[in-house]
Design a protein around this ligand. Sequence first.
Ligand code: FAD
Length: 447
Amino acid sequence: MANDGSGHFVAVIGGATAGAEVASRLADKGVNVFVFEQNARPYGKIEDGLPRWHVALRNKEYGVIDEKLQKEGVTFVPSTKIGEDVDFKELVEDWGFSAVVLANGAWRDRPVPVDGAEEYVGNGLVYQNPFVIAFNHHEKGDMPGATYELHDGAIILGGGLASIDVAKIHTLQRTVEVLRERGIETDVEELEIKGIPRILEKHGLEWDELGITPPTIYYRRRIEDMPVMSAPPGADEARLKKVEQGRARMVGKSTSKYLFNIEPLSAPDGLIVEDGRLAGIVFRRTKIENGRVVKQDETYEVRGPAIISSIGSIPEAIPGIGMNGELFDFKDWDIGRLDGFPTVFSVGNVVTGKGNIVASRKHASAVSEAAIEAYLGVGEGDRDAAIGALTAQGAEETVGDVLDALGDAAPPSDHAAQALRERVGKLHENVGFTHYAGWKQKVGDPC
Ligand SMILES: Cc1cc2nc3c(=O)[nH]c(=O)nc-3n(C[C@H](O)[C@H](O)[C@H](O)COP(=O)(O)OP(=O)(O)OC[C@H]3O[C@@H](n4cnc5c(N)ncnc54)[C@H](O)[C@@H]3O)c2cc1C
């Protein structure tokens, strides 16, 4: 039986996969959880990352998040950005929360690693996050400011799953457009499920007849290194080889179904600027030695109508949180502890950097069980099992130390709890929120 955690108040920053998971787990243990979300809807990368053809997966995950955020004990605080609408340090130190959980994901694109590239954003250079967000919302038209353009022969910098999605957006959507011009109706969902060649075959058409120049993904490693499948921790040589073969098979299936190109062993090394616009990239050939990327002497130039960078997402800075380069300056990379903020924990993408739903949810659940619930004194009491869960996340080195250092958190006094509820009430008033179901209706369905 869990302890009664009803005296504790916990703030969660970010209401999507990881945030909703922690909120739900803590609420089940009687903790009062307040989930601060910058957007009106809480779905994070489910709505604004996964391309819109993932209809079934997106709907399922929307349902999972809704259910968790509507639990008794969870209070949703939408359209409230921590670091802008509420100061982070104040939230942690003055509001009376026993713990604050960062579940804010990774919303900033990693900058192109070539000097001067940032000058050309919107002028030849596009980043993946705004591109996918605009693509997802385009049909629904609920984000009029967000626009995206498709360019035949686009240059995509990347190599991970997200860069494959960017390439697919190009070939799928362009195929829809060209077929429509020929009086053939289809959509990206159908094309994504069946693959472009099968649909073309049905209409007696060949890809070359469509006149679409596909995009190319330029990747600095080999195709068999593309992180579309990960190796289990401690995998031996034979297992790693199998994973590499699996990756090559997966990528090959994707390029033949969606007809984009990949140029491996190519790292961006310089900019080609023509008439003040980014017109192409100078690539440097690489080779892989003992798993490391080694730059070679050979360079080559590629010109294209647009360069879309999809080389990873990093957390958006929150004033008050120290940075270490592109990342939060965590003193502990397993459960995202920050120097000077002993009551702060972190879950999901913001700390794992692993870009998938299952990894975010598992990490959130493991950190909640092994660290946050232990800290609040609301866990099941089986400390070894909790540590086991975190160890499975690769956190064996630090979890013991962290837990030893933690005492039971003190819940706020009745007076402080009342003041906290009033502060949240003010935020609700500002945005016109009364309850979750009503708010959902007010802000409309996700795209
Ligand atoms: C193009 C693309 C395709 C993908 N495809 C897949 C796929 O097919 N399968 C899969 O499993 N995964 C996929 N992923 C990855 C997956 O979507 C994410 O890894 C996962 O959803 C991350 O969940 P999270 O809760 O950790 O973070 P997020 O979903 O990023 O949630 C963070 C939340 O915090 C909020 N937030 C951020 N900052 C603040 C702040 N300062 N104050 C308040 N709120 C804040 C955000 O609005 C957001 O709601 C894809 C990602 C991308 C980009």
